[in-house]
Ligand binder design. Structure first.
Ligand SMILES: Cc1ncc(COP(=O)(O)O)c(C=O)c1O
Length: 406
């Protein structure tokens, strides 16, 4: 992989017409270690967030020994770069053949569920493989509610009474019992975790069975751009939030059980930025060579402001507007689909024009993982960059703005 000190140098050297991912292994290593140092339990990186080989290999080298997987492909991806890593299978609904593969081939001994039929599926395979249930921990995922950029409890999680029944069932068969929750993604307030912890404590007390561990899921927020019009809405420091959640877990009586966390976004978001090219400027719209069907689907929620920085093409000699005036530009994606428009504008110098590049920061989470080949566009070019996105100067999206009509 070609190496550059920053994205600007990469853009000017390569003059790319295709999107280019700038991978920062040193940032990934630092963010993984920061989380691990702040969290006293087991850190299981959520592979779904970004399962690229370069990411998994860097994390393994950085000391991450456990990975949260949701499919056989994710198991294989981890084992290819870290054969000794521990895997935990946290998808609550699994195919029978996948459970067998997990237990037999990948020797996974920690699985999550939220329904009795899943217990039956697992038990059938455990018996068929002649495994001992007491060597296996089944986490009962409980339903939670709260504020997250992505709310994920609508689909998974057992209600409290149902979770009590499941915990007792799992215990009576002879499995070890865990309680798990996942509050969503990009959760910025500790109340959401606290409500989940209260629910977990209630389930534990009612179930009255020994608890092997508590899995507090992922959801820890990554830093993004701040909406210049919402002054003071600063995202919490991730390590601080982790410490607060752990403190709350202790207050809810979980200091006697091992903790697990499944962070994704907070570990990998800052490790990548993306260089895109402006294919056309049309008034206050820019058309770029990436979009919601490729690296930028995270923008769909409308709750994440991606930091963006203009890398003007030095070959363009004439420009209109003033480079020190920042204005919002509607960003249209590469495909012919008219929904392929980012939900938030980029704040860029008025002078932005056709042929310029834009570096979009902090896109390591749920970007590469969600790429599609729609319309034949599939960004897949990588360079290594040695300095963090922030160190190349402020992103215009974070700057004070003068709002202008669309
Ligand atoms: C079960 C589970 N754990 C962990 C994660 C990672 O979440 P995040 O990237 O917000 O930390 C997810 C993502 O949706 C998930 O579904």
């Amino acid at each position: 992989m070609e190496r550059f000190p920053n994205a600007r140098e990469a853009a000017y050297a390569l003059r790319p017409d295709e999107p280019v991912y700038c991978f920062r292994p040193s940032v990934l290593t630092a963010d993984a270690r920061r989380f691990k140092d702040a969290f006293p339990g087991k850190t299981a990186y959520a592979v779904k967030t970004n399962g690229e080989e370069m990411v998994l290999a860097t994390l393994a080298k950085a000391g991450i020994e456990c990975f949260d997987v949701a499919s056989p492909a994710e198991c294989a991806a981890v084992k290819a770069v870290a054969p000794k890593a521990e895997l935990i299978y946290t998808h609550p609904v699994k195919a029978q053949s996948h459970i067998r593969l997990a237990l037999e081939d990948y020797r996974i001994r920690t699985l999550t569920l939220d329904h009795e039929d899943e217990v039956a599926k697992i038990l059938r395979i455990v018996r068929g493989l002649d495994l001992s249930p007491e060597d296996i921990t089944l986490f009962v995922r409980i339903a939670t509610r709260g504020h997250a950029a992505y709310e994920l409890s609508k689909k998974f999680g057992a209600g409290p009474a149902h979770a009590v029944e499941l915990a007792q069932r799992v215990h009576n068969i002879g499995f070890r019992v865990g309680i798990a929750f996942h509050v969503g993604s990009q959760v910025e307030d500790t109340d959401t975790y606290e409500r989940a912890l209260a629910s977990a404590a209630w389930v534990r007390a009612r179930a009255g069975v020994p608890l092997a561990a508590l899995d507090i899921g992922g959801g820890f927020p990554a830093p993004y751009g701040e909406d210049p019009r919402k002054a003071g809405a600063k995202a919490p420091d991730p390590a601080e939030l982790v410490r607060e959640v752990v403190g709350e877990a202790e207050e809810w009586g979980f200091s006697d059980v091992p903790l697990i966390a499944e962070p994704g976004r907070v570990i990998v978001a800052r490790a990548f930025s993306l260089i895109v090219r402006v294919l056309l400027r049309k008034g206050r719209r820019i058309y770029i060579n990436d979009g919601i069907w490729a690296s930028l689907s995270d923008s769909w929620t409308g709750k994440i402001a991606l930091p963006a920085r203009l890398l003007p093409d030095p070959a363009r000699k004439r420009r209109s507007g003033r480079p020190d005036r920042i204005a919002p530009f509607k960003v249209c994606g590469a495909t012919c689909d008219s929904v392929d428009i980012l939900s938030r504008p980029f704040y860029l110098p008025e002078t932005v024009d056709t042929g310029d590049w834009i570096e979009i920061g902090h896109i390591g989470a749920y970007s590469l993982a969600l790429r599609t080949r729609f319309n034949g566009f599939y960004p897949d070019t990588f360079v290594e960059v040695t300095t963090p996105f922030e160190e190349a100067g402020p992103a215009e999206s974070l700057a004070a703005i003068e709002t202008m009509a669309d």
